[in-house]
Design a protein around this ligand. Structure first.
Ligand SMILES: Nc1ncnc2c1ncn2[C@@H]1O[C@H](COP(=O)(O)OP(=O)(O)OP(=O)(O)O)[C@@H](O)[C@H]1O
Ligand SMILES: Cc1ncc(COP(=O)(O)O)c(N)n1
Length: 267
């Protein structure tokens, strides 16, 4: 069985972070593993508090996985501080996994910060050059590229700038855009658009986590990069279409609706 590792934060309410990643990996059919970088007390409406795991324990978790198990793809999510970033980056440089999909998470859907503002320099200098694919949403891409993004042409310019920072490929997600849900992949030479109709729902907690871990899963299964993004886009669109109206805020994406419908369930 192919394997994928999520290095990210824990969302106790189950909709984003490590929990969304493992559900995605399981639904796609790869063996999901996790390195917890931060524990986030959060739900569909708010973040209550965040505590980071020590750099040593982050490094030890990564050693525990890599010394024992072949890792076919890695997804990196929330890294809140320069210390967390340095611990993860050092180990990724040591183990050099083939596929490293990095979601540069900065804010939760409800606007709560998940990355310290002062970490942006370390993100750019230390983390982004490790990415075989970086998956910023529009606000994240604006911060990293240092430019406003108002049009699809701006998305392309920003993707080129971010590739110039060392990411081998960049997928700018249009979830925060108006109109269709259009994402643009830049692989260093060509642009690939991925467009789906925007689904009218407030239940989009964990969409970015779902997409990036789905891409990592399909890369682990041997898909090409444009192919993995196409299949992951299909996956996240289905997961949003069937998103669950759980909690008082933005409900989570649904990973097992096909399974439940086969079982005759109602979820
Ligand atoms: N309402 C929607 N309808 C269809 N697709 C959507 C919708 N919202 C987001 N998407 C898609 O979901 C994926 C994640 O994009 P988004 O921009 O929401 O990421 P994100 O903001 O990083 O997510 P997160 O909030 O989990 O960090 C993209 O493929 C985007 O186009
Ligand atoms: C631990 C963790 N990682 C990532 C997100 C971003 O997801 P979203 O913006 O959908 O809340 C989150 N809320 N929590």
């Amino acid at each position: 069985m192919k394997t994928a590792l999520s290095i990210a934060g824990s969302d106790c309410s189950g909709g984003a972070g490590i929990q969304a990643d493992i559900k995605t990996m399981s639904a796609i059919g790869v063996f999901g593993m996790s390195v917890i970088v931060s524990v986030v007390a959060e739900n569909t409406s708010r973040v209550i508090s965040i505590e980071d795991v020590s750099p040593k324990l982050i490094a030890d978790q990564i050693d525990a996985v890599f010394e024992d198990i072949e890792v076919d793809a890695v997804k990196v999510g929330m890294l809140s501080t320069p210390a967390c970033m340095a611990a993860v980056a050092e180990k990724l440089r040591q183990y050099r996994p083939r596929h490293i999909v990095i979601d540069p998470v900065m804010y939760a859907k409800n606007g709560c910060p998940l990355m310290q503002e002062s970490s942006i320099g370390t993100l750019i200098d230390t983390v982004i050059p490790l990415a075989t694919l970086l998956t910023p949403n529009i606000p994240e891409a604006e911060k990293i590229a240092g430019m406003p993004i108002k049009t699809v042409d701006d998305m392309k310019t920003a993707a080129r700038r971010i590739a110039g920072l060392g990411a081998r490929a960049v997928l700018i997600k249009g979830g925060h855009y108006i109109g269709d849900a259009e994402d643009i992949l830049y692989d260093g030479s060509a642009f690939y658009p991925y467009v789906r109709r925007r689904i009218d729902t407030k239940n989009t907690h964990g969409t970015g986590c779902t997409l990036s871990s789905a891409i990592a899963s399909y890369l682990a299964l041997g898909e090409s990069l444009p192919g993995a993004v196409e299949r992951a886009k299909e996956y996240v669109t289905g997961a949003i279409e069937h998103a669950l109206d759980i909690g008082r805020g933005c409900g989570p994406t649904h990973h097992f609706y096909r399974f439940y419908s086969q079982q005759g369930g109602t979820l």
